[in-house]
Design a protein around this ligand. Structure first.
Ligand SMILES: [Zn+2]
Length: 302
């Protein structure tokens, strides 16, 4: 919902102008400049009438309107092949922003960190091969940060390493089975930093981070060892979850964000996942997003 931020920006300028007004002549000049900037902003803003992305339906039976594409490279992350070629790199504005901020936060404090981003949703959302969810732009798979034999950051390659009990990954099950891959080691510091950045994000609420029970234990033990505060540990305990049924997240973490307040207010986005009474076509029945505009752009200037 980009126009909400725009409105806030214009509102902020008006507030600044308000405090300056009524002082000496120098302030009056500032006021005039700020007023002019406000005018220019206001004149430009109505062009951006797109309400932004809309997540429709549920994570496992949904669609995605006006998706945002995650660029292949950004600060601290990349989308390696084969995920890049699959073109499942679309999400809500909120999810894409979250990935960019979290990867940047980890890279900022841990030089050399490079997050491998796998599947988000496809453009328009809907059923995605190999996934139960990832339908409404609120899910993403992230490849665990790894270290090489020398303890240096390992740049993501075309495999999702499957980590054994000792934290070593030497084979992959996904995206295809490969018996021998370059050995790598689960990077506790960077993976914990990623979890921390995700659950601590000020703009987006992360609903779940799905990991295996093994990885969950590693991360929580590490957080305790480095003396993280109890509130953060509690939040991490609640958010880090082993998905019901399968314990397959030894090779990646799956992030799901909650519906944004705007998408929920539009009545399109649903947080609870759909029950699965049947599989097959019914299970993948299409959910369509309604035609836009759903709401009209607020008039900034009469
Ligand atoms: Zn996933």
């Amino acid at each position: 919902m980009r126009w909400l931020m725009v409105t806030a920006l214009v509102g902020m300028s008006a507030a600044v102008a308000g405090t300056a007004r009524g002082d000496d002549s120098e302030s009056a000049v500032h006021t005039a400049i700020i007023d002019r900037v406000s005018d220019e902003e206001a004149r430009v803003e109505p062009d951006d009438e797109s309400p932004g992305s809309i997540s429709c339906g549920r994570a496992n039976r949904g669609a995605l309107h006006d998706a945002r594409e995650l660029p292949r490279y950004g600060y601290g992350y990349e989308i390696p092949d084969p995920w890049w070629s699959r073109e499942h790199r679309f999400g809500t504005d909120e999810l894409v922003g979250l990935i960019e901020r979290a990867a940047a936060a980890v890279a900022e404090h841990h030089p050399g960190a490079m997050l491998g981003v796998a599947d988000l949703s496809k453009d328009g959302g809907g059923a995605l091969r190999g996934h139960r969810s990832h339908q409404s732009g609120r899910d993403v798979d992230l490849i665990y940060y790894a270290l090489d034999d020398a303890g240096e950051p390992f740049r993501p390659d075309e495999h999702m390493a499957y980590y054994g009990r000792a934290g070593r990954g030497s084979y992959a099950r996904s995206p295809r089975f490969v018996r021998d891959i370059t050995a790598r080691y689960f990077d506790l510091a960077r993976n914990w930093a990623l979890v921390k950045a995700l659950i601590g994000d000020s703009e987006v609420e992360v609903e779940h981070i799905f990991v295996s029970s093994r990885v969950r234990q590693w991360l929580l033990d590490y957080a305790r060892r480095v003396g993280e505060p109890p509130e953060l540990l509690d939040l991490a305990k609640r958010t880090l979850r082993r998905p019901r049924g399968a314990d397959s997240h030894n090779d990646h973490m799956h992030i799901r964000v909650r519906c944004s307040a705007e998408d929920e207010a539009l009545g399109r986005c649903r947080n609870p996942i759909a029950q699965r009474p049947r599989r097959g076509r019914r299970w993948h029945s299409r959910v369509t997003c309604p035609a836009l505009p759903l709401v009209s752009m607020p008039t900034l200037r009469p």
